[in-house]
Ligand binder design. Structure first.
Ligand code: ATR
Length: 296
């Protein structure tokens, strides 16, 4: 039930209608019997600050922020977590009672939690080899930041090699300046060389849109012949749920982790801060979000 005392939060984006966050947060609100609501907030780029100040004035507790506002969110926050600074984006804003705004980035943490939820040990990943990330966009940057926090060395491979080189350089510099210590090794390999370089890799992550339904190559066929048997293969694409990347890995008997977990786990810190309960990503939560996805 929503009463006059309801706790309020939402997701700010442009567009925002594709976001699954309202489905997820309102499912948890109902499940935990919390007097609250989480709403989609379509906000044009030039209206971001006006919207934030309005939400604060209207008593909102905070908001998730998605494209194209992740940089503006970092700029408007009074306090930004060092890992969000390194990741270069903020996706969760908490409006504090003293009027200050706290910004954090939960995508990378959500990714690592999704691995742990599938019983993958990050310590094993770190000790057995490197993580090879395919792609060099915002998702690659967030995931790399959280893996680095766990001491994992990261290799980027991207179709446009210069983007991977630039990302590795920028991350190393940002890590040094915000963490005051050297970054774990960050290297790159050419796009046409990643399939043959799997021998030293313990975690392989697709952060590109390859294999996505409606994406550039829905029937992508990666060659995983050189994968070691302990390789963990994960994909941040979650439509379809079993992507061509994960299918190729499963066919070789490798451990696979799908992309839906990252989406669900990244929502937890915001929910906890705004609504005061620790939400669980259980089978019923997954079913609920999958049902919403099917209706699209
Ligand atoms: P995000 O911020 O969500 O990670 P992005 O910046 O658009 O998104 O990045 C998409 C990634 O998918 C990029 O690494 C892109 O490679 P380029 O930098 O070369 O564009 C990658 N990508 C998209 N289509 C691809 C394709 N057909 N083959 C290989 N990589 C592709």
């Amino acid at each position: 039930m929503i009463t006059g005392k309801a706790k309020l939060a939402g997701v700010i984006g442009h567009p925002v209608s594709h976001s699954l966050s309202p489905v997820l947060h309102n499912y948890w609100l109902k499940h935990y019997g919390i007097d609250g609501a989480y709403v989609p907030l379509p906000v044009k780029p030039d209206a971001f600050e006006t919207a934030i100040r309005g939400l604060q004035a209207a008593g909102f507790r905070g908001a998730n922020v998605t494209i194209p506002h992740k940089e503006s969110a970092a700029a408007i926050a009074d306090e930004v977590d060092p890992l969000a600074r390194i990741a270069g984006s903020v996706n969760t804003l908490i409006f504090r009672e003293d009027g200050k705004i706290h910004g954090s980035s939960t995508d990378g943490m959500g990714y690592v939690s999704s691995l742990e939820a599938e019983h993958v040990s990050i310590a094993d990943i770190a000790s057995r080899g490197s993580a090879l990330l395919l792609g060099a966009g915002g998702a690659a940057r967030s995931i790399a930041t959280s893996l680095m926090e766990h001491g994992v060395s990261v290799i980027f491979s991207n179709r446009t090699g210069e983007r991977a080189d630039a990302l590795a350089r920028e991350l190393a510099t940002a890590w040094q300046s915000h963490m005051k210590k050297s970054a774990p090794p960050l290297t790159t390999i050419p796009w046409d060389g990643w399939e043959t370089a799997l021998g030293e890799v313990s975690l392989l992550v697709n952060t590109t849109s390859l294999g996505m339904q409606g994406g550039p190559a829905p029937d992508w066929k990666p060659d995983l012949t050189n994968a070691p048997t302990h390789l963990v293969v994960s994909d941040i694409v979650y439509v379809p749920r079993e992507t061509p990347f994960l299918r190729a890995a499963a066919a070789r008997g490798l451990k696979t982790v799908g992309g839906l977990g990252m989406l669900l786990h990244q929502a937890r810190p915001g929910f906890r801060a705004w609504f005061g309960a620790e939400p669980e990503v259980d089978a019923a939560t997954v079913e609920h979000v999958l049902a919403a996805l099917k209706q699209r």
